[in-house]
Design a protein around this ligand. Structure first.
Ligand SMILES: [Fe+2]
Length: 417
């Protein structure tokens, strides 16, 4: 531990001069990884239909040690595709099942866990010290640390750990930001580090100054090209889709043992319980780490069939927030016109804090929760309470009244497209 995290009192850690129960504070979902069986079809779905942009596409054989390269080259879909919806290098990571299984064995040194198709669930913390001290904290609590160091592409310092059922979670600091020119950092600047760093480390600004002085072409990084015509007017801008994904999350996980999962996410990761909603004999637990009603839902696995979720995965849903109510309604038509299954017969109460929502399904069957607004919870933890379900899309009005927290919470920075 560094000086900054010297334990001040029982269960108290100094995080930037603030005493907390843990040496880090998760502030939001930063990125998310899906493992796909129908890989190329999935990449097309997330890019062409949903509008994620590719910031990097890498053949994993390229950087693999020479001894395993022939083995990797036998895999058909062996690219890692990194996508973004905002200025961060990646907010979604897609890999094929074969690459996932190989990565589990080689990088994470464990066997792939059945039905886990989330290759990472990644939470932002506020500093590098929090990542490093967090790693020590997890290890001291007997939580398995899978990898700690610095990721490339993306440049973020990270620590991967295993949740109570084997899912890889990650805390990270400092992911690369992509600016107006849409270019990722040039690959010549990649420096993968596979151990926790000594502190302090140089700033990114210093790294880029040094690279420029050494003659590196800072404009050599990848820039994605839009392939669809800009024919949809979205609130004053011509775009290629009639909507924009402005935020990722919440994540819904199907869990075998909700109590153990709660211990991991609440007690070790620091999530705060917002509420519990009964569904039949079971209950779903909703947790948050910021002002949104929830960023995580723990859904008992026995609800998978009852809710009509895909049997291949223990991901219940992955939330995608759209810019506004009109965009959500237009997105539903856009997706249906392209043959995507969109369900609006959702079990009442499964998405507390959200009024209008639908489920769309990717080619593998992963459920994407599309919505535009989520209740915000303030300092005293009070929630708005249950309200009548929105019903099928055909009954939705053209306009909805603006609630006191409409458009509040995490904001989208920069142009929509
Ligand atoms: Fe990551």
């Amino acid at each position: 531990m560094t000086m900054a995290s010297i334990k001040q009192a029982e269960q108290q850690y100094d995080v930037g001069g603030v005493l907390l129960e843990r040496p880090f504070q998760i502030t939001r979902l930063g990125h998310f990884g899906l493992t796909l069986a129908k890989f190329e079809e999935g990449v097309r779905f997330y890019t062409e239909i949903l509008g994620f942009r590719i910031s990097e596409r890498q053949d994993v054989a390229q950087n693999a040690p020479a001894v395993v390269r022939p083995l990797i080259k036998m895999i058909k879909d062996r690219d890692v595709v990194m996508l973004r919806h905002n200025t961060e290098h990646h907010t979604l990571v897609l890999i094929s099942t074969s690459v996932n299984d190989l990565g589990e064995r080689i990088l994470r040194k464990r066997n792939p866990v059945k039905e886990i198709t989330t290759n990472q669930i990644t939470w932002q913390v506020g500093s590098l010290a929090e990542v490093v001290n967090g790693r020590d904290y997890f290890a001291a609590r007997g939580i398995r640390v899978l990898i700690a160091g610095r990721d490339m592409p993306g440049s973020n310092w990270h620590c991967y750990i295993e949740d109570s059922e084997g899912r890889a979670n990650e805390i990270y600091y400092g992911i690369e930001q992509i600016g107006w020119d849409g270019r990722s950092k040039p690959t010549t600047l990649y420096q993968r580090i596979e151990k926790p760093p000594e502190l302090p480390q140089p700033s990114e600004w210093q790294e880029i100054d040094d690279a420029a002085a050494a003659g590196v072409d800072l404009t050599a990084g990848h820039r994605d090209i839009e392939t669809l015509p800009p024919v949809h007017e979205v609130d004053g801008i011509l775009m290629s889709r009639p909507f924009k994904i402005t935020r990722i999350g919440p994540v819904g996980l199907l869990v075998e043992d909700a109590e153990r999962a709660l211990q991991f996410y609440r007690d070790s990761m620091g999530f705060v319980e917002t509420e519990r909603v009964p569904v039949g004999e079971s209950q779903i637990i909703y947790l948050r780490n910021n002002t949104e009603h929830h960023s995580l839902a723990l859904v008992p696995i026995e609800l998978r069939d009852k809710l009509g979720l895909s049997a291949h995965s223990t991901l219940a849903w992955f939330g995608l927030q759209l810019g506004n109510y009109r965009q959500l309604r237009r997105a539903i038509d856009f997706l249906r016109e392209r043959g995507v299954t969109v369900r609006d017969d959702l079990t009442p109460g499964v998405h507390p804090g959200i009024d209008h929502a639908v489920w769309a399904f990717d080619p593998d069957g992963h459920c994407l929760l599309l919505y535009w607004s989520m209740d915000q919870v303030g300092w005293n933890g009070e929630t708005r309470g249950a309200r009548a379900p929105a019903g099928p899309v055909s009954t939705w009005p053209d306009q909805v009244p603006g609630r006191s927290d409409a458009f509040n919470g995490q904001v989208f920075l920069g142009p929509l497209a």
